[in-house]
Design a protein around this ligand. Structure first.
Ligand code: KIV
Ligand code: ZN
Length: 501
């Protein structure tokens, strides 16, 4: 019989550290509920000492979620642990995740300490946390570059101190898959507490060299029984191991993998869309399992093979990850109930008033665009955010084309007052931003801009992500509209609304 592999999701902690992708508490609760439906065992809800917002999110997620364990991160510091325990007070099942750097470079440069002192601090933190909650996980930061014999000593001591889950992070994404697997095997063979089943090992792999998933699988094959993952593989730098890849690898290789999970794989696609939409973070089209092209066969040879027998080129059934082409397109004829149902499949539950407003916006968009897909619906459900903004776009008129100078006339509402301006530029976006800058007289520089169509067709919604520098700070903005210039200006205004006024 296969062992159970515990899925520890850190989308809301490690994943949420991506600059410009922060979520508010309401959005985090939505994600947490989607993770619960997906069948995740442990939700790392935040790092409570880091900010009042993070503290509050851990409190509210603890109240909102029923069966998964809620986990809070700390450093090996008493005040962090006190704060985490307080934030977890409403969780039905709670876990504190405490730890310290164990590689020589962390010990020397980060802590100016010694190996002996690090072991003492690690064990003391675990003991302290065990007085606050029943379940303590310990992380050995930069374990990937920590010498195995020393790592085994640390693991041994923290198990004696009461930790029952030991996280072995490849913090920098440096390990090779066989090296990471050997590390897990070494620990399994050299730590008494692991052999006696008093604790399990957890993988936590970063993707700097594109090996996070391979390293995680190598860890599991060598004995790890918990994996730390994020939806869409999001996370700082190149991100973390992606949940959907691990879940589908284990499903597709059931016959040879030593483990099974509790993941309901049909919830993968909606969860992926929800996280991408709330975080304004597009999924790369060729991303395994959840990319738009993951199941698209464009080459003639492939299409022919797939038509004759789908297994010729497809190792997964799209339905197994929750893609059902027939159910994801709504049109102007779809009723409120269909909209409500589809949004609930995507993890968004709307109160009647918000549903009515979203339905009105849905009909307006359906007038411009024949078919509305999941991304469009998620966009509409989140669009109310803009209503109370300091700066709002009232109207925008642009004249552009070949052989004419692009001109834009803009009308903004700033703190409830109307302002108008016009500008010319080398293109319609440039002209619009110049007009906008005549009203918003702040020093600001556009650093980066990405324009993306959501799915297909010239009537599609366009998404614009931008970065603007202001006052030595980078602000991230997002806009979407069927009009590419309007979407760009909305993204710029989104940044401005984040400036400290
Ligand atoms: O990557 C890492 O080492 C971490 C720890 C804080 C668990 O995220
Ligand atoms: Zn990490």
């Amino acid at each position: 019989m296969s062992d159970r592999l515990y899925i520890f999701d850190t989308t809301l902690r490690d994943g949420e550290q991506v600059p410009g992708c922060q979520l508010n508490t309401v959005e985090k609760i939505q994600v947490a509920k989607a993770l619960e439906q997906l069948g995740v065992d442990i939700i790392e809800a935040g790092f409570p000492i880091s900010s009042p917002g993070d503290f509050n999110s851990v409190v509210e997620i603890s109240k909102a979620v029923t069966w998964p364990t809620i986990c809070a991160l700390t450093r090996a510091v008493q005040k962090d642990i006190d704060c985490a325990a307080e934030a977890l007070q409403y969780a039905k099942h709670k876990r504190i995740h405490t730890g310290i750097g164990t590689s020589d470079s962390h010990i020397k440069y980060k802590f100016n300490s010694t190996r002996e002192e690090i072991i003492e601090r690690a064990a003391a933190a675990v003991k302290y946390a065990r007085n606050k909650v029943d379940e303590v996980e310990f992380y050995a930061e930069d374990a990937g570059r920590t010498e195995n014999a020393f790592l085994a000593k640390v693991v041994d001591e923290v198990i004696k101190a009461g930790a029952t889950i030991i996280n072995i992070p490849d913090t920098t994404g440096y390990c090779m898959p066989w090296e990471y697997g050997e590390k897990i095997k070494y620990l399994m063979e050299h730590v008494d507490g692991l052999q006696a089943g008093r604790a399990i090992l957890s993988t936590h792999c970063h993707n700097d060299l594109g090996m996070a998933t391979a390293n995680t699988i190598s860890g599991v094959v060598n004995g790890a029984r918990q994996v730390e993952v994020t939806i869409n593989g999001i996370g700082e730098r190149a991100g973390n191991t992606s949940l959907e890849e691990i879940a589908m690898i284990i499903k597709c290789h059931q016959a040879t993998m030593p483990v099974t999970t509790n993941i309901n794989t049909t919830k993968i696609w909606p969860s992926s869309r929800l996280v991408s939409s709330l975080m304004n973070m597009p999924v790369q089209p060729n991303k395994a399992v959840v990319g738009k092209n993951a199941f698209a066969h464009s080459s003639g040879i492939h299409q022919d093979g797939v038509l004759k027998n789908v297994q010729t080129y497809e190792i997964m059934d799209p339905k197994d990850v929750g893609i059902d082409e027939n159910s994801i397109v709504l049109t102007a004829r779809s009723g409120r109930a269909a909209l409500k149902h589809r949004l609930s499949v995507l993890g968004v539950e709307l109160e009647q008033e918000k549903l009515d407003k979203t339905y009105e916006a849905f009909l307006r968009l359906a007038d411009k665009k024949k078919e509305l897909n999941d991304d469009d619906l998620l966009m509409l459900a989140g669009s109310e955010k803009a209503e109370n903004n300091h700066v709002q776009l009232e109207s925008l008129q642009v004249t552009t084309g070949k052989g004419v100078t692009p001109i834009a006339a803009i009308r903004l509402k700033v703190a409830n007052e109307i302002f108008e301006a016009a500008g010319i530029g080398n293109g319609p976006v440039d002209a619009s931003i110049k007009a906008l800058k005549q009203i918003i007289r702040r020093q600001m520089t556009l650093k980066e801009m990405t324009i993306q169509a959501i799915s297909k067709g010239s009537d599609d919604l366009c998404k614009v992500h931008i970065q603007v520098e202001h006052d030595n700070h980078i602000y991230y903005g997002f806009g979407s509209d069927t009009d590419i210039v309007t979407a760009s200006v909305e993204a710029y205004i989104d940044c401005i609304n984040k400036f400290k006024h």
